[in-house]
Design a protein around this ligand. Structure first.
Ligand SMILES: Nc1nc2c(ncn2[C@@H]2O[C@H](COP(=O)(O)OP(=O)(O)OP(=O)(O)O)[C@@H](O)[C@H]2O)c(=O)[nH]1
Ligand SMILES: [Mg+2]
Length: 153
């Protein structure tokens, strides 16, 4: 039997990087984020707490949660001058990874630096976004709809 299901996406990024705002901006349903120290499921999205990236003893939790996802978003806040993604972090996951530059509408946004951070983490495909102005969201929406999973059983 041929099965088509919606492509599942997991978001990873430090606290306050804009993960929940991105889910809200990409969703038709109303998403009310909670500040919980747990993985959160909303439709096709799997949101992870910032703490999971900030503390390497939670890496195993990220790897486990990624197992049933198709695509991972690495969210990097472009107003930050530091990065919590370790070098080649992307290679820990055998998944399609999309780097998300968040908050590009902000005055202090530095997309060049944030791109370098994500490239350093091993990310190849990077999209600049703003959850406020909607910049980049159409491209992102297209990219995730193009990767719908078709499995043959
Ligand atoms: N200007 C601007 N602000 C943004 C954007 N995205 C998120 N923010 C703001 O940044 C703050 C953090 O955004 P969240 O979406 O809650 O970030 P998060 O990654 O879910 O944070 P945690 O759940 O705490 O890990 C909020 O005050 C948002 O309003 C953006 O694209 N532009
Ligand atoms: Mg959140």
């Amino acid at each position: 039997m041929r099965q088509v299901r919606q492509n599942k996406i997991m978001l990873i990024g430090e606290t306050f990087s804009g993960k929940s705002s991105l889910i809200r901006a990409l969703s038709e349903d109303v998403y009310t984020p909670r500040r919980a120290m747990a993985v959160e499921y909303f439709g096709r999205f799997v949101n992870t707490p910032g703490e999971f990236l900030e503390n390497r003893r939670f890496y195993h939790a990220l790897i486990t949660s990624a197992a049933d996802c198709d695509t991972l978003f690495f969210v990097q806040d472009t107003t930050r001058i530091s990065c919590l993604f370790p070098p080649l972090f992307a290679s820990m996951f055998n998944r399609k990874i999309i780097g998300i530059l968040s908050k590009i509408d902000k005055e202090k946004s530095n997309s060049t630096l944030a791109t370098r951070f994500l490239e350093n983490a091993g990310v190849k495909e990077i999209i600049a976004t703003s959850a406020i102005t909607g910049d980049g969201l159409d491209r992102l929406q297209l990219l995730i709809s193009n990767t719908a999973v078709i499995s043959q059983q």
